[in-house]
Design a protein around this ligand. Structure first.
Ligand SMILES: [Zn+2]
Length: 79
């Protein structure tokens, strides 16, 4: 099964810069009101900024470990 992943972090100004760690999310088939990262961090869509390529800082280590370690069960999505 193909997973579509999104890398996102807290929107600018919503938290301090040191807390804007990029997290990894599975994009669900439907648009939820919130996304939950592999590490368990949960964000309303309005709180997220999608991260592209060179914008990214050091990603969340827990997300990296959980997203790319088989079997990688996606987090449950609510919304
Ligand atoms: Zn994370």
């Amino acid at each position: 099964m193909t997973r579509i992943l999104l890398v996102g972090r807290s929107a600018p100004g919503s938290v301090g810069e040191t807390r804007r760690t990029p997290h990894i999310f599975v994009v669900p088939g439907e648009t939820p009101s919130r996304l939950t990262a592999y590490c368990g961090a949960s964000f309303a869509l309005s709180e997220l900024e999608q991260v592209h390529g060179s914008q990214a800082g050091m990603p969340c280590e827990r997300c990296l470990l959980l997203a790319f370690s088989p079997p990688a069960a996606p987090p449950s999505q609510t919304g």
